[in-house]
Design a protein around this ligand. Structure first.
Ligand SMILES: [Zn+2]
Ligand SMILES: [Zn+2]
Length: 475
């Protein structure tokens, strides 16, 4: 096994930072050594990386991605190969993607299909959550099988009738199974029936532009569904993780449940922290006219800046009312994909591509004083690993952990946009023009350098499937 020494950097964890050299043997971290000390004689390594003046961070864990997911008659434009490569560029070394069972399909067949899509193609390690739609007896049996496969979390939907939706009774049954087998239940919390009516009414009034995607999915639909999901989880005694929280009122529901001592958790995404209904969904451009806003059509939607959601979400990241930040990476090109929704916003495939930029965008929150450096590590790596049963291997730089490491330069700079930093398989960047006061210099995945000054030097198939344990974050 070859050894590698990362010298002179500042190793950051959730609780602080320490000047230490990191010794890697093969795929694992084996020691953190105080600089200038030789506790067991001189430390030698086959390769040495100078990290002087840099942060040495545990690799990012993005717990919410949708590589090549079929949606609205097309597929998310990143394959596992292109999407995980882009993730690597941005300092993310593990993704947890969603295997999807749509209504009427077999859960286990779909799960096998996702292994086929990902196997041999990933640049970084990957795990799966399983999406369950229209929960039936067979789904409940599959939940037990999947927990043994290392799929220890299941996502249900309160919206998208006939495609993904489960009704409240079906949700209860799945939650009861989760309470029994220890799985973490994840919820897309929006009141789908209400939204379907609002969408039809908007279209009937000839309100067809992307802006009305946001208008027809109001925060009340998110707050109500979040509350309902929390109550059903309470009845079942199951832990609950609410995905892509965008409304401050939904945050308040999660915070209230946590104050009662419930195992309720929330995730938000960079788009809800930075982007808005007015600036993005209502945007007009020369190239796309009022279809421009389609670039940012995702669900839950971007919300009105004036309603104060962004301020509240950043605050919730400091207070731990919201525990982590994932991307909900689900990219579509404008050409031939988002374009399908010209003249009818409800036909725009839902999703934004961010897997490449999450670490940088959240690091900018450190620069601007929204969160501390330690909290940044917690939100982007350590808590995702703990939440989804990966901690120890992922989410920390400690002896025995996988050597998934990012060397981050706080004196560097990253300009996000097409032709600058853009490795996702999309024909636009949802983050065009964002400037980051930091830079991902070197990325290691299980001890192998996959990004350095030469660029991406990894390979498809290096990434391995990771079997996850049960959540390590429960109260
Ligand atoms: Zn969702
Ligand atoms: Zn999603």
């Amino acid at each position: 096994m070859s050894t590698l020494l990362i010298k002179g950097g500042t190793v950051v964890s959730t609780t602080g930072r320490v000047e230490a050299d990191v010794l890697v043997d093969g795929e694992h971290v084996v020691a953190l050594i105080a600089p200038g000390t030789e506790p067991f004689g001189p430390v030698t390594a086959d390769t040495t990386i100078d990290a002087t003046g840099k942060f040495v961070l545990p690799g990012g864990v993005d717990a919410h991605t949708h590589m090549e997911m079929p949606f609205g008659g097309t597929n998310a434009s990143d394959t596992f190969e292109t999407g995980t490569r882009a993730a690597a560029w941005g300092g993310t070394t593990t993704i947890i993607d969603f295997a999807v069972q749509y209504a009427g399909q077999s859960v286990m067949e779909q799960y096998a299909l996702w292994h086929e899509k990902a196997g041999g193609n990933c640049a970084i390690d990957y795990g799966f959550h399983q999406i369950l739609s229209d929960v039936q007896d067979e789904s409940l049996v599959a939940m037990d099988e999947l927990v043994h496969e290392g799929v220890t979390s299941f996502k249900l939907f309160m919206a998208y009738k006939g495609v993904l939706l489960s009704d409240d009774g079906q949700i209860l049954r799945a939650f009861q199974k989760g309470a029994e087998n220890g799985a973490l239940m994840m919820m897309h919390a929006e009141n789908g029936a209400v939204i379907d009516v609002l969408v039809q009414q908007a279209l009937a009034e000839n309100h067809t532009t992307p802006y009305y995607h946001g208008i027809s999915r109001p925060w009340q639909a998110e707050e109500e569904a979040t509350h309902r999901a929390i109550m059903i989880a309470d009845i079942a005694g199951a832990p609950l993780y609410v995905v892509h929280v965008s409304a401050k009122q939904a945050v308040e529901q999660i915070a209230a449940a946590r104050d009662r001592g419930s195992n309720v958790f929330g995730e938000t995404c960079p788009q809800y922290l930075y982007l808005s209904l007015e600036e993005q969904l209502a945007a007009v451009s020369e190239q796309w006219g009022d279809l421009e806003g389609a670039k940012w059509v995702c669900s839950t939607p971007l919300r009105s800046r004036h309603e104060g959601h962004q301020h509240h979400l950043w605050q919730s990241l400091r207070t731990n009312d919201i525990q982590m930040v994932s991307t909900d990476h689900c990219p579509f090109c404008m050409k031939e994909q988002k374009e399908m929704g010209r003249g009818d916003f409800s036909k725009i495939p839902n999703g934004i591509g961010s897997v490449e930029h999450r670490m940088d965008l959240m690091y900018q929150g450190v620069v601007t004083g929204q969160i501390t450096l330690e909290r940044f590590v917690e939100l982007t790596s350590t808590t995702p690993a703990r939440m989804f049963g990966l901690y120890g291997r992922k989410g920390v730089i400690a002896p025995g952990a996988d050597a998934d490491i990012v060397i981050y330069d706080p004196a560097g700079h990253t300009s996000i946009g097409m032709g600058k930093t853009h490795h996702m398989n999309m024909d636009y960047s949802a983050w065009e023009g964002f400037e980051i006061d930091g830079h991902v210099d070197i990325v290691l995945s299980r001890g192998t350098v996959i990004v350095d000054e030469r660029g991406y030097v990894g390979r498809a198939g290096h990434g391995q499937y990771v079997k996850r344990g049960l959540s390590q974050y429960l109260i």
